[in-house]
Write a protein that binds this ligand. Structure first.
Ligand code: FAD
Length: 289
């Protein structure tokens, strides 16, 4: 890392300008729990590292209207956890984040870093897709917003162009009778990456599902939003037949790799199981069980 220059940017503009001038040889630095490991192991060799932790917009958790939050990309898991109202409204997002590494890692690791690292197995991403988050992006040509399910375009690849940074995530206004859950399967109980991850977000009123979003991680080159799931779940009472149907759809849409952590068959089967469990957990949360 001896040739790498370091810049602690204090504004979005400064960070974006420095990144675009570097023409692809700069990386933004948040908690560093992915980037510094990659630099030390020689996987990445940036000429410039731009620290974004001092930029106010990237570090704030703001309730912009009742039950509607914007969370800065550099907010760490620990700081997100400390926001009692956010934790109550989005337990699934928090449970995804709490699975990332150890307590020490969570003191540094940010939501933005987890997303921008681009791993198909990043734990927070299925939970954020299920939540229906919008990514707020700033770049040399101004600002833009995209749904988080469109952010990843391949393993390690995102929609960010040269100079563009993720500023924050906008969560939709939390409706009553809504909750979420995230479950993952790993060969070890901790400090391992997901073999499968599943995020579910539901609104369930008078025993009828009125909104649903289901997302799977680590079963395809990018995290997936299972759009067909919503179509079947909404309007139903989420009985076991409906859950079986959606579980089969989840399995059909899996296109996982075969590796030492899990075979294609295993990952596919686990995706169906995690969908059902995460849905039942979410319903229990809504009912206050
Ligand atoms: C021991 C250990 C255990 C781990 N366990 C897990 C786990 O269980 N689950 C899991 O999902 N991950 C795990 N990780 C990976 C890592 O901790 C997470 O991905 C973390 O959320 C990354 O956040 P960060 O702030 O450290 O990112 P950084 O390392 O700072 O950045 C990661 C990438 O995102 C880019 N980036 C950061 N911020 C921005 C921004 N605002 N705009 C554009 N690009 C940006 C960086 O340039 C870099 O390419 C683990 C890592 C370690 C070392």
């Amino acid at each position: 890392m001896s040739d790498t220059q370091y810049l602690a940017a204090s504004t979005i503009e400064e960070a974006v300008n420095a990144h675009s001038k570097a023409n692809g040889s700069a990386r933004f630095l948040a908690g560093g729990t992915d980037l510094l490991v990659q630099i030390k192991s020689g996987i990445r060799k940036p000429n410039l590292v731009i620290d974004v932790k001092k930029i106010v917009e990237l570090n704030s958790i703001e309730e912009i209207s009742e039950n509607e939050f914007v969370v800065g990309a550099s907010v760490s898991g620990v700081n997100l956890n400390r926001n009692k109202k956010f934790s109550k409204l989005w337990p699934g997002v928090l449970e995804a984040f709490r699975l990332i590494g150890s307590e020490q890692i969570q003191g540094r690791a940010s939501l933005g870093g987890n997303i921008c690292n681009g791993s198909p197995a990043g734990d927070s991403v299925p939970a954020l897709i299920a939540a229906g988050c919008i990514a707020l992006i700033a770049g040399p040509n101004g600002k833009r917003e995209i749904p988080i399910e469109e952010f990843h375009i391949g393993p390690g690849k995102t929609v960010l162009d040269n100079g563009e940074m993720l500023v924050s995530l906008k969560f939709p206004k939390r409706e009553i009778n809504s909750s979420d859950a995230y479950l993952r399967m790993t060969p070890r109980t901790e400090m391992d990456i997901a073999v499968v991850g599943c995020g579910v977000n539901i609104t369930f009123e008078n025993n009828v599902c009125t909104a649903a979003r289901v997302s799977l991680g680590a079963v395809a080159p990018t995290p997936l939003l299972i759009r067909e799931a919503s179509k079947i779940m909404v309007g139903s009472d989420l009985n076991s037949e409906i859950l079986d149907k959606v579980s089969n759809i989840c399995m059909d849409l899996c296109d996982p790799i075969d590796d030492k952590r899990g075979t294609i068959d295993y990952r596919t089967k686990v995706a169906g199981v995690l969908f059902k469990r995460a849905t039942l957990t979410t319903i229990d949360r809504i009912k206050g069980n």
